[in-house]
Design a protein around this ligand. Structure first.
Ligand code: ATP
Ligand code: MG
Ligand code: MG
Ligand code: MG
Length: 489
């Protein structure tokens, strides 16, 4: 490749270092001191104290941070940002991804931020300006917000043609940290992977060939408790560029998965499972046997688990731990069903490849290798038996409702409670069989689960899916469940 992933990342960081930015390593993806957040989901999280004004602007650390750059580990698999359902099905959303960024805290503002982004993309990476589309905030009368004409004019000054400048609404082009606090308009850069046409009308339409790559936020206001906006005393720049997406563009690939970020993972998965090689991204309709989707899901989920566990998340029944447990189990089920993986230490056998991919920018993954493998093995071993039994139970349920085409919420609940099947896993399995799920019933079941996990440790322990063989036999008798060995293949 002309642009191996590592070179893409280094080029970004070097560019901003040359512009006077300090390299700041990624923070932990588990936000150890921010209970409002499940996982760090963008590059700005670790700078909250800086732009909220709680860090002393006269301190020496502040002067280091005034211009900074880095690559932040991000997870979007729960809470406000949840891309889990897209993973494997589309070509550009992952549960874990790297967000490259540059920040200015009371230093440069719109003009330089736009100039830097444009120079880097078109001159350093050499992207064709004709394939780039830019957006700016159109304003919103309901919030007494004006159109960001300054940004529009800056784009024009860069030579961007009007038919490549697109206005965007609150949802796409205005950033707010919360109900109150710092906020401001943003601009985005989108890239057309096809080219030779005007694709302006396809921007922000979920088209896999026109993808958003970079988001630049102009933190200029503070929203007060009475909803009025005041100008911030220090204006800040916060940007986020999706690393995997940029690499797919520079390597001329239609999908993030066809790059050297994912390819070594697919090779390793193939080596371990002995299944057929990954064949590429043809869209879900073409992936008749589900194998390619499974490759993508498994590779994505392993990356997420390795990063999260390295940073201190442990698979369990609450918060981050439950997100990781769900992702792990989802991955294991894909691996077993579609790739014929032998469970026990499957995930951990892929870990060395993940580490090779990431240790350069996130050296902590190497330091924590053994711990991560041990935790993965323990979790995988404890779920392996339940996966087989639960799948058999599911098949029995599915058979019972093949006429009604609806899987009752009580079945979803029993799979969760008895075999530790996360609800989203059961939903996925139901989808595969064309069964609907009564969301209301599931919500009720979920509510029960939430109640059960409120403070009462005994109940949590009961729903822990690490049941031993003896307990499972008792439960099978109690609930008249199929004997796994009879039904499972
Ligand atoms: P999209 O509209 O494509 O979902 P977004 O607007 O939610 O992206 P931002 O919050 O603006 O994303 O994050 C900044 C950048 O991070 C995006 O421009 C994109 O390049 C990248 N990014 C966001 N979500 C993901 C993801 N799930 N996987 C990979 N890259 C992502
Ligand atoms: Mg998104
Ligand atoms: Mg977007
Ligand atoms: Mg965005």
């Amino acid at each position: 490749h002309e642009w191996p992933a590592k070179k893409v990342r280094d080029t970004f960081l070097d560019f901003f270092k040359q512009k006077g930015h300090t390299f700041i390593p990624s923070s932990s993806v588990v936000p150890h001191d921010d209970p409002s957040l499940l996982f760090v989901n963008s590059g700005m999280c670790q700078y909250k104290s800086v732009f909220e004004g709680t860090l002393d602007p006269k301190s020496s650390i502040f002067s280091q941070l005034r211009r900074s750059t880095g690559s932040q580990k991000c997870i979007r698999a729960g809470g406000k940002h949840n891309d889990l359902d897209d993973v494997g099905k589309d070509s550009y959303h992952h549960t874990f991804f790297e967000m490259l960024g540059n920040w200015s805290f009371g230093d440069y503002f719109k003009k330089e931020a736009i100039e830097y982004a444009w120079e880097l993309l078109t001159q350093i990476y050499g992207l064709d300006p004709d394939r780039l589309y830019v957006t700016y905030f159109e304003g919103d009368a309901r919030y007494a917000l004006d159109s960001d004409d300054e940004a529009k004019n800056l784009w024009r000054a860069m030579g961007v043609l009007d038919d490549h400048i697109i206005k965007g609404n609150m949802k796409d082009n205005f950033w707010e940290m919360g109900e109150t606090g710092p906020c401001g308009p943003s601009i985005e850069l989108h890239y057309d992977k096809i080219g030779g046409r005007n694709a302006a009308h396809l921007v922000n339409q979920d088209d896999p060939n026109i993808i958003e790559i970079w988001n630049v936020v102009f933190m200029q206001f503070n929203r007060e408790a009475d909803k009025t906006l005041t100008l911030l005393p220090r204006q800040n720049i916060d940007t986020g560029l999706g690393f995997e997406r940029l690499v797919s563009i520079l390597q001329n690939k239609s999908s993030n998965y066809d790059t050297d970020i994912f390819f070594p993972l697919f090779q390793r998965i193939q080596e371990v499972t002995g299944t057929r090689p990954y064949m590429g991204m043809f869209g879900s309709e073409d992936d008749v046997d589900g194998v390619d989707t499974a490759y993508r899901v498994v590779a994505d989920h392993i990356r997420t688990c390795v990063i999260a566990i390295t940073d201190g998340a442990i698979p369990n029944n609450v918060g981050q731990g439950y997100v990781i447990r769900r992702i792990l189990r989802r991955g294991l089920r894909y691996a077993k069903k579609y790739l014929q993986a032998q469970l026990g230490s499957f995930f951990s056998s892929i870990v060395p490849t993940v580490i090779m991919q990431m240790e350069d920018i996130f050296p902590e993954v190497r330091e924590k290798e053994q711990m991560v493998k041990d935790i993965l093995d323990e979790e995988e071993k404890s779920f392996a038996v339940n996966l087989v039994r639960g799948e058999a139970m599911f098949n029995k349920f599915a058979e019972q409702c093949k006429d009604s085409k609806e899987l009752p919420g009580s079945c979803v609940w029993r799979l969760y409670d008895t075999y530790g099947f996360p609800m989203d896993l059961t939903k996925l399995m139901a989808e595969e069989k064309g069964l609907r799920i009564n969301d209301e019933e599931v919500a009720r079941a979920q509510e029960m689960a939430r109640e059960a996990s409120k403070g009462d440790d005994k109940k949590i322990t009961f729903s822990l899916p690490t049941l031993d063989v003896h307990q499972i036999a008792t439960l099978e008798k109690l609930h008249d469940l199929p004997k796994t060995d009879d039904t499972a293949k």
